[in-house]
Design a binder for this molecule. Sequence first.
Ligand code: GDP
Ligand code: IMO
Ligand code: MG
Length: 427
Amino acid sequence: MPGIVVVGAQWGDEGKGKATDQLGDRVDYTVRYSGGNNAGHTLVVNGEKYALHLLPSGILSPNSTPVIANGVVIDLDVLFEEIDGLEARGVDTSKLLVSANAHIIASYHKVMDKVTERFLGNRCIGTTGRGIGPAYSDKINRLGIRVQDLFDASILTQKVEAALEQKNHLLVKVYNRRAIEPAEVAEELLAHVERLRPMVTDVVRVLNDALDADQVVLFEGAQAHHLDVDHGTYPYVTSSNPIAAGACTGAGVGPTRIDRTIGIMKAYTTRVGEGPFPTELLDADGDKLRTDGAEFGTTTGRNRRCGWFDALVVEAAVTANAFTDLFLTKLDILTGWEKIPVCVAYEVNGVRTDVLPMTQTDFHHAVPVYEYLDGWTEDISGCRTFEEFPAATRAYVRRLEELVGCRISGIGVGPSREQVVMLHDLL
Ligand code: GDP
Ligand code: IMO
Ligand code: MG
């Protein structure tokens, strides 16, 4: 009954899409359980590049059924744009299942996201502007619109009216914007209902039945541990629970259903948006990592902030997600450095710590302590076994395992599906 969760171990963009895709045809269901189209998962399959925002990466594996579960927030315009884009390229999306309990991102959530960020000024979060935070706020405030609400036009209108009542006061009186007309929003949403209806199902039942039947269900995380609203660098986080446990609430499977939790970590660190990042490089080295790694956002096109591998950041994720395996990505990007610094501790106000500081203040004051590992110059993108790696590359991998306390089972050496070195099977 393998239930497998894939989770980003840093601040996102670790290569979760590519790692998920590795399991490909051996997976019966690929499930998105949190976040929305703030995600951007890029996959390169047979030389073709695909950027997925809302659909799970399993959509590219013909034998896998893609699922959007209850924990996801759905922008219906984006959903159908993404489906149409894939269909135009010959990808079959007809098996997609959508939970009746997933929440909807309406146009007013996107408006609220943008105006609140602007209002925050230099205290802004640097969100993707996709309406994610406002949609989850409405869910928690019990003012959300769910997929199933689209099936009852009069209920939908009432719910949109309730959701907009307070927001319109804010928009007009605080943010100096025009009020949003509930009937217009309801109409926009209802325009999608007939296309959506056949996809909507009781996802909890489907997934639990599949697990009972010993099928493989892969829960594909979006965002990452350190963007988790409970466990990340709050308030510089997203508004959902991307951690492994989020798969249980976000898809309706019990914790005993999860057999493996796989953390995806980049061989260095990146972050998009605001928030603490102790190993960030604001110099030419950071620029080199960004250029070599093509670290520009898939979703917003923003430059990703780049820095060295931070073992404390990943160790915290290993602990709270109980990772059974790690998948190391972008090791090829580190080729060519004479020495590669790895952060093994912080100094906080002159005191050394080997684990993440407990408080936000200390995290903001953390100064990285580096260990300098030997680099390598050989091109490793063609390696397919661990033994083919130069000795320094192998030593880098082994040192990371030691520092974060979890085995590395797969290693990415390039963006393509086949550019991978496996040490342990992920199934
Ligand atoms: P995700 O959000 O975690 O799925 O990651 P993104 O897709 O946003 O960013 C990862 C980027 O790195 C994508 O452009 C991938 O194609 C690329 N990528 C993934 N794994 C590797 C790898 O091992 N080597 C290289 N060079 N690129 C990779
Ligand atoms: P994937 O799945 C990297 C960041 C945003 C911002 C913060 C809150 O591709 O790894 P939000 O729009 O979610 O309210 O923004 O979270 N963020 C991501 N950063 N990768 C992502 O997804 C992200 N999703 C959200 O940049 O700092
Ligand atoms: Mg991404």
